[in-house]
Each structure stands twice: as structure tokens, then as C-alpha cells.
Ligand binder design. Structure first.
Ligand code: LCS
Length: 397
């Protein structure tokens, strides 16, 4: 790379980080190195690479030039030390847990994280002796009260899925440091375009790149970005051994999507601002939770911590679950599907879909009411999204 990419703005960085022309052919688009292994010139070179005395590739689970470009791109945008690409967002979470936790350790997490992120800790990591406590991380006192002498990780999702509750990253970092714990932030909803947790004190950032980072709704992928070399040293061997690596073709596709990340985030956010105001004024709607609205309990924190309110909205209808079902069954342009962060608008019902595995009691405690609808606003014409709602709402009359 000829230039210092970090001197440029975030939009320029998404287009150019890890995306320099191929040094051998000049190809502007990144070459796809679809190979599992790399030949050594001789035994000496092979031994030197294994001993870490010579740079170069060995085997694609341990590193691949196409995957490395994506790792460089995302870690540059996040301001991290490096990146570890994984086959999914869940693989990014489990790689981080595998690297940083041991039996006897304790985790404090956001109570309304993506359902399976909580379930895997409560149901599976608990079997390996890792305990976890999930609290409302928008309440710093509740977080502080949950920390124990053996708490090694504070795991927050902000904005959280699907309540849109925020956690104050700087405050969470202070609490974690005081307890000798690391702070892990799932930055899937905001992306580095709107929020850079490492600048605010996070130790590790993770992503489901299935969402905004790829943006085309055609790949499942994840990324772990440690803030420091010391953390990278702890995570790197575990990433190899867990085998939660990324295929080069998957990386090539995500690199393609990454170039337009800033443009897509801004376009979908512009739509979301309009749709959130429309929903808030709609007589069928009980409440709307969107960080860009003054009615969001943490509107001021959103303005301080984020560069924009993003493209995710949750809302609840006055008619509760039944009204929500009628609405979801009658959308036309919007698509009834889980996931988020794609170019197209997706709408879903967390209690029966993404968060259905959580016991109802836990869901309600986490603010996931039965009637809550989650909307991931895409890049269509905002007037068409609003017209689609108008039509679907007409079935409630
Ligand atoms: N973190 C967040 C915030 C997520 O929303 C998801 C998936 C994950 C991690 C896991 O990533 P994956 O392994 O799927 O790449 N969220 C989904 C959702 O809200 N609907 O479907 C999947």
C-alpha cells in the first residue's frame, strides 16, 4: 500500500483500505486466491514460515491473501490492531470467548443481545464452567453490581438487538478496567461508520459481517478486531485451532460489499429517520424506539457516542402481537425475513423469530415485548417504504 490510509475520511477508507491494486498485475479489484495451501520454495523456507521467521502464507486456515485484505479493511476502519475473519458472526463471538475465557471465569453481558449470543453463553459455555449474568447495560449501576472478582469479560451490544437500548461505551470501559475485565463490543448495528468502540476504550470489537459490512444479503460472515497486539497474540492461535476461519471466496464477496458500506449506511439511515418519524405519528403505533428520535431514552448518548442513529428501528403496535402479525403478513415491498443491514428493507418479529429461543420471562425482562416489531430499513425510495406501511396498516382498520 503506497499511501497512509488513516489520513483519509471514513468513506475513502472503506473504498481503499485493503483494496490497493494487485502488486504483480495491477488488477484494481482484489485477486481471489482460492487455495487451501501455499507452496514453499524449499524446506528451509517452509521451516522459516512455520517458525515465524519469515513472512508468507502456509495454509488458508492460518491466513490467506484475499481474507487478509478484508481483515485489513475492517480493522483499519475500526482503528484496531488487526482483524480475524470468521465464517459467521457467531463464529466471531465464539472465537473471542474461546481465546479470552477459561473455566471459572464470569461474563457480564447486555440482556438484549442477539438471542443466540446470549443462549450460547447461558446454555453451552456454562457447561465448560463459564458463568454469565445478563443485565440492562444502559444502566451503569446494574453493570457495576453484576461485576464479580472473576468477571473477565464485559460483553455489550450497542445499539442492542432488538430493543435499540444503548450502552455508554466509555463508561463500560471504565467499569471493565476497574474490575480487571476486558470490554467486548458487538458493533454490528452501528458499523465503524457510525461508532468506533476502540476509540472509546473497547478491547475487542466483533461483527456479524452478514449485515451492513457485506450489505448484499448473500453471505454469512464475521470478524474479530482486537485493539492491541497483546490481545491479537492471544486470539490468533485460538482462531487457527477453533477452525472458525473464512473461505477466500466469502472474503472476496464481502470486500466487494465493504467498498459501499459508508454509502449504504448513510442512505439507509436517511430513510430510517423519515420512517421512524412516520411510525411515531401513526395512530396504530404504541411506541417507536429509534436513537434518532427525541423520545429514545438515550437520545443524548446516541448523539454523543454515534455519528448517526443508524437504520434499525423497533416499534410496537397498539393491537399487540395480533396487529403485528397482520402488518407483517401484508407488507409488499418490504420483506418478512430475519437479518438486517442489507440493501433491502427487512421486517421481523423477534419474540417468535430471532429471540424465540429465549424464555419469555427473560425476553420481557430484556424489554422484548411480544408485540415488538423490528425493522431494518434499506436503501429503497423512502416514499415507497412509507406507502408500503400505509397499505399494510390499512388491514388493521
Ligand atoms: N451479532 C448481532 C448483533 C447479530 O444481529 C447477529 C445475527 C449475530 C451477532 C450473529 O451473526 P451471524 O452468525 O448470523 O452472522 N443477527 C441476526 C438477526 O438479527 N436476524 O438474523 C440473524
Amino acid at each position: 500500500m503506497a499511501h497512509d490510509i488513516k489520513k483519509y475520511g471514513l468513506t475513502s477508507q472503506t473504498i481503499h483500505a485493503g483494496q490497493y491494486p494487485d502488486p504483480t498485475t495491477g488488477a484494481v479489484a482484489p485477486p481471489l486466491y482460492q487455495t487451501s495451501t501455499f507452496a514453499f520454495k524449499d524446506c528451509e523456507e517452509g521451516a522459516a514460515r512455520f517458525a515465524g521467521k519469515q513472512d508468507g502464507y502456509i495454509y488458508s486456515r492460518m491466513g490467506n491473501p484475499t481474507v487478509a485484505r478484508l481483515e485489513e479493511a475492517v480493522s483499519t476502519l475500526e482503528g484496531g490492531f488487526c482483524g480475524f475473519a470468521t465464517g459467521s458472526g457467531m463464529a466471531a463471538l465464539n472465537t473471542t470467548l474461546f481465546a479470552l475465557l477459561r473455566s471459572g471465569d464470569h461474563v457480564v453481558g447486555t440482556n438484549s443481545v442477539y438471542g443466540p449470543s446470549r443462549m450460547v453463553l447461558e446454555r453451552d459455555w456454562s457447561g465448560f464452567g463459564v458463568e454469565s449474568t445478563f443485565v440492562d447495560t444502559s444502566d451503569a449501576a446494574a453493570v457495576e453490581a453484576a461485576m464479580r472478582p472473576n468477571t473477565k469479560l464485559l460483553f455489550i451490544e450497542t445499539p442492542a438487538n432488538p430493543t435499540m437500548a444503548l450502552a455508554d461505551i466509555e463508561e463500560m470501559s471504565r467499569i471493565a478496567k476497574k474490575s480487571g475485565a476486558l470490554l467486548l463490543v458487538d458493533n454490528t448495528f452501528a458499523t465503524p461508520i457510525l461508532q468506533r468502540p476502540i476509540d472509546l476504550g473497547a478491547d475487542v470489537v466483533m461483527h456479524s459481517m452478514t449485515k451492513f459490512i457485506n450489505g448484499a444479503t448473500d453471505v454469512v460472515a464475521g470478524m474479530v478486531v482486537p485493539a492491541t497486539e497483546e490481545l491479537a497474540r492471544r486470539i490468533r492461535p485460538k482462531h487457527y485451532y477453533l477452525g472458525a476461519c473464512m473461505d477466500p471466496h466469502q472474503a472476496w464477496l464481502v470486500l466487494r460489499g465493504f467498498k459501499t458500506l459508508a454509502l449504504r449506511v448513510r442512505a439507509s439511515q436517511e430513510n430510517a429517520v423519515k420512517v421512524a418519524s412516520y411510525l411515531e405519528e401513526n395512530p396504530h403505533v404504541e411506541w417507536v424506539r429509534y436513537p434518532g428520535l427525541k423520545s429514545h431514552p438515550q437520545h443524548a448518548l446516541a448523539a454523543r457516542q454515534m455519528k448517526g442513529p443508524g437504520a434499525l428501528i423497533s416499534f410496537c403496535l397498539k393491537g399487540g402481537l395480533d396487529a403485528g402479525r397482520t402488518l407483517l403478513d401484508n407488507v409488499d415491498l418490504m420483506t418478512l425475513a430475519v437479518s438486517l443491514g442489507g440493501i433491502e428493507t427487512l421486517i421481523q418479529h423477534p419474540s417468535s423469530m430471532t429471540h424465540a429461543a429465549m424464555p419469555r420471562e427473560e425476553r420481557l425482562q430484556a424489554g422484548i415485548e411480544d408485540g415488538l416489531v423490528r425493522l431494518a430499513v434499506g436503501c429503497e425510495d423512502s416514499a415507497d417504504i412509507i406507502a408500503d406501511f400505509e397499505n399494510a396498516f390499512s388491514f388493521l382498520r
